[in-house]
Design a protein around this ligand. Structure first.
Ligand SMILES: Nc1nc2c(ncn2[C@@H]2O[C@H](COP(=O)(O)OP(=O)(O)OP(=O)(O)O)[C@@H](O)[C@H]2O)c(=O)[nH]1
Ligand SMILES: [Mg+2]
Length: 278
């Protein structure tokens, strides 16, 4: 646009027939300005639109952060003038709704209650620091995984739909971001969809996956994942498993078989078993 805007009054642009027919077509789809001022105005409007778009994106980004757990707790603290049982109840609810888990949320609230009682504080703002300390203490409470060997193996187990595959996807991405080389073993061979679901997570995280087809022996998948880990120098092998109840004998035997394969193939490896509770 603006290419043919230097047209002077009463003067036709000197263009060939072919160009003029192209120009006619062009006129249908894009405005051709008749003076330099509209050109500048258009440019200014365009830039203003772009700025508005960028600002909207930023606002959306900030909203996501604002909706985070820290902000929810802050909003809660702001809305209470004193610390009473209503406050603790709402705090517990907020923590649970933020995916902290019911048990941990209750533990945090109990510790906070005790701390508030001990110090005798009644100010919601004082409670913020206490809460921060309690959460940090829980997070650092000896729950670290032993990942000292190369490879280290993490088996993820739990009942159906507890969140095993999702947890593996998130862990894979976190480890990858921390600079670790990760291999994921699709040892839930129960359903083809389970393998596909894990595949999506590993693609998203940008990590390798070892998979067989539906119905294959899960221990064989783990065997291949361990061989690949050794060959590729992976740091961590994450094993997804099919959901199971502990009283299903054959399924528990399957887990034992996987564990035996790990011990046999990687006797030095640190093996962590994570039980995912829904
Ligand atoms: N709110 C919430 N939903 C989750 C979380 N983890 C998983 N989910 C959801 O729970 C459902 C089951 O998650 P999966 O990761 O497929 O569970 P799974 O244990 O692998 O399930 P099976 O392989 O069928 O035994 C999915 O819809 C997930 O999106 C979580 O931490 N919070
Ligand atoms: Mg799963």
């Amino acid at each position: 646009m603006g290419l043919f805007n230097r047209k002077k009054k009463n003067e036709e642009p000197q263009v060939s027939e072919k160009t003029s027919s192209l120009l006619e077509k062009l006129q249908d789809v894009s405005p051709i300005f008749t003076d330099h001022e509209s050109d500048i105005r258009f440019q200014e409007e365009y830039e203003a639109q772009q700025r508005e778009l960028a600002a909207n994106k930023l606002r959306e980004g900030l909203k996501k952060t604002r909706d985070g757990i820290a902000d929810k707790v802050q909003q809660l603290l702001n809305s209470f003038t004193k610390i009473d049982e209503d406050f603790f109840e709402e705090l517990e609810e907020t923590l649970i709704l933020s995916d902290i888990g019911a048990e941990t949320s209750a533990e945090i609230c109990d510790k906070l209650r005790a701390e508030v009682k001990k110090t005798g504080t009644t100010e919601p703002s004082d409670v913020k620091k206490m809460l921060k300390d309690i959460i940090s203490e829980i997070l650092s409470g000896g729950n670290e995984l032993n990942l000292s060997t190369k490879p280290s193996v993490i088996m993820v187990i739990g009942v159906n739909g507890a969140g095993k595959t999702t947890t593996i996807g998130k862990m894979a991405a976190n480890f990858k971001n921390a600079g670790k080389k990760v291999i994921v073993a699709a040892a839930d061979t129960f359903r083809a969809a389970a393998i596909d679901q894990l595949n999506v997570w590993t693609e998203r995280a940008g990590v390798d996956i070892i998979k067989h087809s539906e119905g294959a022996d899960p221990a064989a998948v783990v065997f291949d994942a361990l061989s690949a880990a050794k060959a590729r120098g992976a740091d961590i092998v994450l094993c997804d498993t099919a959901g199971r109840l502990h009283n299903k004998k054959n399924l528990m035997e399957e887990l034992k078989k996987i564990a035996r394969v790990i011990t046999r193939e990687c006797p030095e490896a640190s093996v962590e078993t994570l039980l995912v509770l829904g």
